[in-house]
Structure formats: structure tokens, C-alpha cells
Design a binder for this molecule. Structure first.
Ligand SMILES: Nc1nc2c([nH]c(=O)n2[C@H]2C[C@H](O)[C@@H](COP(=O)(O)OP(=O)(O)OP(=O)(O)O)O2)c(=O)[nH]1
Length: 132
């Protein structure tokens, strides 16, 4: 053990009506226009579930419940870990793109065709399975 603390980026696979919510990044330049799952860094003192609920509130203006882990952790450039959880909308909320360029709901047959951030591409089979 080196004692290194990995930063965890949590992301939500929000499924509603059999479709997955994906969002299009507006920044930075190299990621702008590419698609990702809602989420972000886990802050000090937060659980991963807390972080997902906070990020979905900030980015989408909705409340979510957090479910099971999806797929394996993906190591990002810089050593952070991307960790995905299934999630569901609660309270009849309708997501809106607060910080992103666009939102889109995709079906199982559309997941592979999304112009994902590089790290997310390996998660496609797991996301397809979640939607199946
Ligand atoms: N949210 C999210 N981030 C992802 C995904 N795939 C992926 O490589 N990332 C990367 C992009 C960023 O380098 C990092 C998360 O950045 P972020 O901008 O969403 O998180 P944040 O709000 O906590 O960060 P910050 O801009 O406030 O520093 O993880 C994904 O599917 N969802």
C-alpha cells in the first residue's frame, strides 16, 4: 500500500421509461460536445450516494435515489476512478441541463452510438445490460 488516496468521480446511470439519461459537456474544450453520465467528484465528508444526489440536483435540478453499482471502476487520466451507480428520478422531477449543452434519453439500441467521453466507452455493455 502506498497510502495514496484515489479521488472518486461518481456518475449516475439514470433510467426512466427504459431509457438512459446522457448529458453533453460544454467544457473543457477537449471534452466539449462529448457525452457523459451526470456526476462529479466526491467531496470530503460526503458518501458516494450523497455526492450523486448533490450532483444531480446541481446539474439536472432533480432528486434521485441511488441504486446498485454498474460495471467496474474506470481509471481516468490523473488516477481518479470513475464509478457508476444506477439511479432513478423521484418526485416527478424533469431533468434540465443546468450546466451542460444538452440532455438526451437513449434506448438500449442507441447507447453504443453515443459520442461518449473516452472513459465511458468501456461501460457501454454494462449500460446496455442495465437497459435490457
Ligand atoms: N460526471 C462525469 N464525469 C466524467 C465521466 N466520464 C469521465 O471521464 N468523467 C471525467 C470528466 C472530468 O474530468 C471528471 C469529472 O468532472 P466534473 O466536471 O463532472 O466534476 P465536478 O463537477 O466535480 O468537477 P469540477 O468541474 O467542479 O472540478 O470526470 C462521466 O460519465 N460523468
Amino acid at each position: 500500500m502506498t497510502g495514496t488516496v484515489e479521488r472518486v468521480i461518481v456518475a449516475a446511470a439514470i433510467v426512466d421509461g427504459g431509457k438512459l439519461l446522457v448529458q453533453q459537456r460544454a467544457y473543457p474544450d477537449e471534452a466539449a460536445g462529448l457525452w457523459e453520465l451526470p456526476g462529479g467528484r466526491v467531496e470530503d465528508g460526503e458518501t458516494e450516494q450523497d455526492a450523486l444526489r448533490r450532483e444531480c440536483s446541481e446539474e439536472l435540478d432533480v432528486e434521485v435515489t441511488v441504486g446498485v453499482r454498474i460495471g467496474d471502476d474506470v481509471v481516468l487520466r490523473g488516477g481518479s476512478l470513475l464509478r457508476v451507480y444506477a439511479a432513478a428520478l423521484v418526485g416527478g422531477g424533469v431533468p434540465r441541463a443546468v450546466e451542460h449543452k444538452a440532455l438526451r434519453w437513449v434506448g438500449a439500441d442507441e447507447v453504443a452510438g453515443v459520442d461518449w467521453l473516452p472513459a465511458d466507452r468501456g461501460l457501454v455493455p454494462d449500460l446496455e445490460e442495465l437497459l435490457a
